[in-house]
Design a protein. Structure first.
Length: 106
């Protein structure tokens, strides 16, 4: 169970306790307060749900970025390998040319 769900459950439990306490009291002010508390709870619960959605969206984006970084790292590694192989072949070729030129001079 996520932290957000636990928080929602705690708020609901608090709401029920307050409702029971207020039910024992009388008067129209109490009913108004209860209505206000109910509305506040509803709004907060909705805000919390929206925040959870946002969090999941951001987590998804982070995962996509991690995947993209991993892909780019592999691509950079491949390019580096090609570059160094090319340089190595160039050195070998230049060495072979140098040996052939040396043989021609003899």
């Amino acid at each position: 169970m996520s932290e957000k769900d636990v928080l929602i459950q705690e708020k609901e439990k608090l709401y029920i306790e307050l409702k029971n306490i207020l039910a024992k009291q009388s008067g129209p002010e109490v009913a108004e307060k209860l209505q206000v508390y109910q509305q506040n709870l509803k709004e907060r619960t909705q805000q919390l749900k929206e925040m959870v959605k946002e969090l999941k969206n951001y987590q998804s984006q982070v995962q996509a970025y991690k995947f993209e970084i991993e892909r780019l790292d592999k691509q950079v590694g491949s390019v580096k390998e090609l570059y160094f192989n090319s340089k190595q072949n160039q050195v070998i070729y230049e060495d072979m040319e140098g040996e052939q030129m040396g043989e021609m001079d003899d």
